[in-house]
Design a binder for this molecule. Structure first.
Ligand code: SF4
Length: 427
C-alpha cells in the first residue's frame, strides 16, 4: 500500500531541509489521536474511515494491542519532554473507541499518564457515536476527567438519514439516550460538544435547534468529505453556493439570537480570524496543524480525514516501535500542514480571503495529478460564508463606533484582517 503523497503530487516534492535551512521550524505535536479500536458499531454511509477511498481499516487489528499502547505512551512522553511541553491532549478515537471496553481504555490512559508524569500533564478526550455511553464508561471518564464529544446530525430524520446500525435501523434514539446520561448530573461537566456533518437535505435551523436540546458547549459543523476527484454530494463544479447558503442560514440564526446559547466552532473561528486571531481547528485559517494520529497497528499517521482522498493518503511509513514522533515533524506531508501560506496554490495565494479561509480543510483540496495544492472543492461556499460573516461583523463594528462617537466616548480602533474582499475563481 502506498503511504503519504504520490511522488508527483504536492507535497511529496516539498523540500523540508531547504525550509529548515531558511529558518522555518516545525510546530511540536500537542494533540495525539489514538485509534484505540478500528471497527464501529454503526454503519454510517458517509464515513471517511469505511466508505471512502482508503480501505486500510480492513487490515487493522480490531483493538490497539497493549505493547502498541505502551510504545505510544512512551513516544508521547518522549516528544513532550524533547519539546519542553508541560501539557498534551490525548484523544481516544476509532472507529468507535467505546468498543475497546472500560478495562482497555483505563489501561491506555494509565499508560499515557504514567509515562508522562510527573512533569507532563495529560488531558484526555474521547470522540464517540454515543450509542454505548453507559454508567461504567461515564464513571471511568469522570475518574480520569475525560471530555466526551458525541456525533449527532440534528433531529431524528436528519440523523438517521446516514447514521444507521449495520442492520439499517436509525441510531438517533440510542444516541439520544446516551446523551441524556452524559448530560445529566454528575457527568454533565464531561460533555465537550456535538459534531455534525452537514446534509443539504436537512433544514439548517431545525438541525441546529435540535442539537440545542442537549445544551452543548460547542457544535462543530463538518462539511461532508470530498475533493475535486470525488465531489461532495450536492456540490456541482460551478459557482453555486449550496453549502455556503446552508451555513449562512445557521449563522444568522445563531448570531442573531438574543443570547449566545452555544459556540459554533466554524463561526467562532471565522470571527476570530477576521479579528486577526488564530483558528482553533483545521476547517479554516492557516494555523499550523499540530496533531498526530497513531493507528491501531502502531503506524504513525496524519489526520485521518485524509483517508477520503486516496488509499494511503494519511500514511507516513513510520511506526511507534521504531520512530520517535520527532521524525514525523519533518515528513513532507506533515510539514506541509505547518507552513501556512507556503502550502497554498497560486489561486489561493492571490485570494483576498486566504488568511481567513486558508483554502479550507486540507482533505477538500485534493485533485489527482496536483495533490493538495488546490483551492478547496468548497471554494464558492467558503467565499459565501466568509464574506457574509465579514459583512455582518463590519456592520456591527461600524454601529459600535457610531454609538461611541455619538456618546462622546471616542472610538477604539478594531481592524478586520481582510485586506480586501476580492476573491479568485475556484479550481
Ligand atoms: S480561492 Fe477559494 S479556497 Fe482559496 S483561499 Fe480563496 S476562498 Fe479559500
Amino acid at each position: 500500500m502506498a503511504v503519504g503523497p504520490e511522488k508527483h503530487e504536492w507535497p511529496a516534492m516539498l523540500d523540508v531541509q531547504s525550509l529548515l535551512g531558511r529558518g522555518w521550524r516545525p510546530t511540536p505535536f500537542r494533540e495525539f489521536i489514538l485509534k484505540i479500536h478500528s471497527r464501529c458499531n454503526l454503519a454510517c454511509d458517509y464515513c471517511y474511515m469505511y466508505e471512502m477511498a482508503d480501505q486500510s481499516w480492513r487490515g487493522q487489528p480490531r483493538k490497539m494491542a497493549r505493547p502498541t499502547v505502551d510504545w505510544t505512551a512512551r513516544r508521547i512522553a518522549e516528544h513532550a519532554r524533547t519539546r519542553l511541553l508541560d501539557q498534551v491532549d490525548v484523544t481516544l478515537h476509532g472507529g468507535e473507541p467505546l468498543l475497546a471496553g472500560v478495562d482497555h481504555l483505563r489501561y491506555t490512559m494509565d499508560a499515557v499518564r504514567d509515562a508522562c508524569a510527573p512533569d507532563v500533564e495529560t488531558r484526555f478526550r474521547i470522540q464517540t457515536n454515543g450509542v454505548l455511553l453507559d454508567p461504567p464508561f461515564l464513571e471511568l471518564f469522570d475518574e480520569y476527567g475525560v471530555h466526551v464529544g458525541v456525533s449527532l446530525d440534528g433531529d431524528e430524520e436528519g440523523h438517521d438519514r446516514h447514521r444507521k446500525t449495520p442492520s439499517g435501523r436509525g441510531s438517533f434514539q440510542s444516541v439520544r439516550a446516551g446523551l441524556h446520561r452524559l448530560t445529566a448530573e454528575p457527568y454533565r461537566h464531561l460533555f465537550s460538544g456535538l459534531l455534525s456533518t452537514v446534509d443539504l437535505r436537512n433544514d439548517p435551523v431545525a438541525t441546529y435547534e435540535a442539537m440545542l436540546e442537549f445544551q452543548p458547549p460547542v457544535i462543530s459543523f463538518l462539511l461532508p468529505h470530498g475533493n475535486w476527484d470525488t465531489p461532495p454530494p450536492g456540490r456541482p463544479p460551478d459557482s453555486s453556493t449550496p453549502y455556503g447558503d446552508w451555513l449562512v442560514t445557521v449563522f444568522d440564526h445563531w448570531y442573531g439570537a438574543p443570547e449566545k446559547r452555544t459556540s459554533v466552532r466554524l463561526f467562532d473561528d471565522i470571527l476570530r480570524l477576521l479579528l486577526g486571531r488564530r483558528s482553533t481547528g483545521e476547517a479554516v485559517g492557516l494555523t499550523p496543524v499540530a496533531v498526530l494520529v497513531v493507528e491501531t497497528n502502531g503506524h504513525i499517521e496524519q489526520v485521518d480525514t485524509l483517508k477520503s482522498a486516496y488509499e494511503g493518503a494519511a500514511g507516513t511509513a513510520l511506526h511507534v516501535s521504531r520512530d520517535p514522533f520527532e521524525t514525523a515533524l519533518t515528513h513532507p506531508s506533515i510539514a506541509a500542514r505547518q507552513i501556512r501560506e507556503l502550502a497554498l496554490g497560486s489561486v489561493c495565494r492571490e485570494c483576498g480571503l486566504r488568511k481567513v479561509c486558508g483554502a479550507g480543510h486540507y482533505a477538500h483540496r485534493y485533485r489527482s495529478g496536483t495533490g493538495f495544492r488546490n483551492p478547496s472543492v468548497f471554494c464558492p461556499d467558503l467565499q459565501r460564508l466568509i464574506t457574509h460573516v465579514h459583512a455582518v461583523l463590519s456592520r456591527d463594528i461600524a454601529g459600535i463606533r457610531s454609538r461611541r462617537g455619538q456618546s462622546g466616548g471616542g472610538s477604539k480602533s478594531t481592524s478586520l484582517c481582510l485586506p480586501s474582499m476580492k476573491t479568485t475563481a475556484s479550481g
